[in-house]
Design a binder for this molecule. Structure first.
Ligand code: HAM
Length: 427
């Protein structure tokens, strides 16, 4: 026998018993985003590699170690998108959506990072992202945080902590960078090899180091907040005051730097302690300089993305019950001669009752085995169209969930019966 083929490590199937939970989250986000005036955009999964190196930053974990990059048959370097912000902005720029206008957009889909797989960290994972362009804020920063806070309420998730920081403007970061370089240069023997390299290329990334031996060095490093000038300070203060008024709790975390280089001013993360090391469920921030980095005119931008797998893990940990979709009725078709008539009848029934969830039996078999399948489908009723029923233009109905005697109805009376039983509209 040939060896069976398995999914790639870190990439997972969402099986039918899990997809109702995915749909639950996706449906909530879809309707919430629409209600705030955000329109859906769908971008390709593969982009030119340069889009990500220019936006996320050459000296970041994602670009240095985690991208799925390959050459296509033309020799072009392509990358499976590791995130959606750069693609979304590329699309908006390419289609002239940024010129003298504001945009509120959202997207969802798979992202790819070659990280070490563990709980909450996968190589193919799924994000729902929300982005707004052309608004310098901080009103839009507040709206996005309010939108995410409302989503947690609608999903029944409490206990997420909002962490907030300001990364300042490019000029403020540059002054801070100098201070950081001076500080770390004074302690060269305490830097590991990677941090010594980052000291020359991207000193802010040293703050991301997970090396426990560098923890106290990092803890005592200068903080960016001390380098913010009036405009950035006011931006952050307005954001904080409005969140206070709206009753949205947050923690100011001056060490929050994010793993991507495009951010400025507001950055935030929603964090849980239910998932161990991978506790960030949703993260984002402002990226006013990104449009010009990928070739457009300066346009402010801000957004966030949440990891669907992590959200589902939080829902699991909270034992949030999500009911699978209902099957109203299962049509049992015993006897070969009833199959064609039965499938045709099922179509008529669907025309008559657009909201009806009707599963028709396929694959033959006796009455007993069809009843077993009807039961397993979760259907409330079994509709039996045997040869006797067919001859009499009738159908038998068996309630699979309650002790009620089997009844027989004329076929043309069935739509009204089902409409009444399941509270459905007739066409
Ligand atoms: P990020 O922090 O890299 O930001 O990812 C956002 C979220 O995606 C994380 O908080 C986490 O929930 C989820 N996530 C990231 N990597 C993995 C993984 N390997 N496995 C499972 N889940 C993961 C961004 O991607 C930015 N584009 C967010 C953004 C949008 N900023 C502005 N707009």
């Amino acid at each position: 026998m040939r060896k069976t083929i398995q999914a790639i490590r870190g990439m997972h199937d969402a099986l039918p018993d899990q997809t109702p939970r995915w749909q639950f989250v996706e449906n909530k986000v879809r309707s919430l985003a629409q209600s705030y005036g955000y329109a859906e955009i769908r971008m390709p999964i593969v982009e030119p590699t340069e889009l990500f190196t220019r936006s996320i930053g050459e000296v970041t974990d994602i670009v240095e170690k985690e991208m799925y990059t390959f050459q296509d048959r033309n020799g072009d370097s392509l990358t499976l998108r590791p995130e959606g912000t750069a693609s979304c902005l590329r699309a908006a720029l390419q289609h002239g959506m940024l010129h003298n206008q504001t945009q509120r957009l959202w997207y969802q889909g798979p992202m790819f990072r070659h990280e070490r797989p563990q709980k909450g960290r996968y190589r193919q994972f799924h994000q729902i992202g929300v982005e707004a362009y052309g608004i310098p804020g901080p009103d839009i920063d507040i709206e996005l945080i309010m939108l995410s806070a409302r989503l947690w309420r609608e999903l029944g998730i409490d206990g997420l902590e909002l962490q907030l920081n300001s990364l300042g403007s490019a000029a403020e970061r540059s002054a801070y960078r100098t201070a950081l370089v001076n500080y770390f240069s004074d302690h060269p023997d305490q830097l590991d090899e990677e941090s010594q390299r980052r000291l020359r290329t991207n000193p802010l990334r040293i703050l991301d180091s997970k090396n426990p031996e560098m923890a106290s060095l990092i803890a005592n490093a200068p903080v960016l907040t001390d380098y913010l000038q009036t405009e950035s300070q006011t931006h952050l203060a307005t954001l904080c005051e409005t969140l206070d008024k709206a009753g949205i709790a947050y923690t100011l975390n001056p060490r929050l730097v994010r793993g991507l280089d495009y951010y400025c001013r507001t950055v935030f993360e929603w964090v849980t302690d239910l998932l161990g090391a991978q506790g960030t469920v949703c993260a984002g921030g402002r990226y006013d300089g990104l449009v010009s980095q990928i070739g457009g005119r300066d346009t402010p931008g801000i957004g966030f993305a949440m990891g669907i797998e992590r959200l589902l893990e939080v829902l699991d940990a909270k034992q949030q019950n999500i009911t699978p979709p209902t099957v109203h009725a299962y049509l049992i078709l015993p006897g070969e001669r009833t199959v064609a008539a039965g499938l045709t009848f099922a179509e008529k029934l669907r025309d008559a009752l657009p909201g009806l969830a009707l599963q028709a039996h396929c694959g033959g078999g006796g009455l007993k085995s069809q009843f077993k399948k009807a039961d397993r489908s979760g259907a409330h009723l079994a509709l039996i169209l045997g040869e006797d029923e067919l001859a009499e233009n009738s159908i038998s109905i068996k309630n699979l969930r309650e002790e009620i005697d089997q009844t027989t109805l004329k076929l043309d009376a069935l739509p009204a019966y089902l409409a009444d039983t399941f509270n459905l509209e007739q066409a």
